[in-house]
Design a protein around this ligand. Structure first.
Ligand code: ZN
Ligand code: ZN
Length: 244
């Protein structure tokens, strides 16, 4: 009797928000219809309309890092739904305290400073309707940046750590380019080449694709040889199930 109850199926929609076209993800279980917003950066009405349209009950906000365009609507989602705000790592609280002040500089005036209900740390596990998500602390773009990934569905929410053909800016206060590159090669690449990722801006890609031709973090540039692969236990439990 080795049969296992399959985890409920997950769906995702990506909703670009703010003038910076930040990718807010709405993930939900089609069985329980419970869902989360990853990085609700703004345009609260547009986000809640999407939830209503698909009949999703928002049960949490997950934040990758403290930048305005990723967190601006987090408090508004909490106000409207009563859900908790989870993440980022506590080292980004100084940014969460600056959302309102920095909004004026970016022409985003409806953002609110954020007080998370819970900070995230490396190795934490998040759950949505029985589906488990891993957490990796990936500093460099900001000191408290985390990446949230779903091993079973091979999908990662990487915020501004990594993009298709690029990496996050490190010219902001407390940014560190080498730390960012180390986060990518040491925390992300071991999750596997077929891990698809939703970046904070722009199109989706896979870690394998970026290891081939990303001018900042291709193996030819970083010298990464895959020796660290296999470090992440969760991957061995991955099934062929994919996101719909
Ligand atoms: Zn950012
Ligand atoms: Zn961003």
């Amino acid at each position: 009797m080795t049969e296992q109850t399959p985890a409920p199926k997950l769906e995702i929609r990506i909703i670009p928000v703010t003038p910076l076209q930040q990718n807010t993800s709405m993930i939900w279980s089609t069985q329980t219809m419970e869902g989360v917003f990853v990085d609700p950066g703004g345009e609260i009405d547009k986000l809640m309309q999407a939830a209503d349209h698909f009949g999703v009950k928002i049960v949490a906000v997950w934040l990758t890092h403290g930048h305005l365009d990723h967190v601006g609507a987090a408090m508004a989602v909490k106000d409207r739904t009563g859900c908790p705000i989870i993440g980022p790592h506590k080292d980004d609280q100084w940014l969460l305290d600056e959302v309102e002040a920095s909004g004026a500089r970016y022409g985003i005036r409806d953002g609110k400073n954020v007080t998370p209900d819970r900070y995230l740390d490396d190795g934490d596990v998040l759950e949505l309707a029985g589906n488990k998500f891993g957490v990796a602390h990936c500093p460099g773009h900001t000191p408290g940046h985390v990446v949230i990934y779903h091993p079973e569905g091979a999908l990662a929410f990487v915020g501004d750590v990594l993009f298709r053909g690029s990496v996050g800016r490190t010219d902001f206060p407390r940014g560190n380019h080498q730390q960012l590159i180390d986060s990518i090669t040491q925390k992300l690449w071991p999750l596997g080449d077929d891990m698809r990722f939703v970046p904070g801006h722009g199109p989706l890609s896979t870690f394998g694709q970026e290891r081939q031709d990303n001018p900042f973090v291709a193996d030819a540039v970083t010298g990464y040889n895959g020796a660290e692969k296999g470090e992440v236990d969760l991957i061995s439990q991955r099934t062929s199930k994919r996101w719909s």
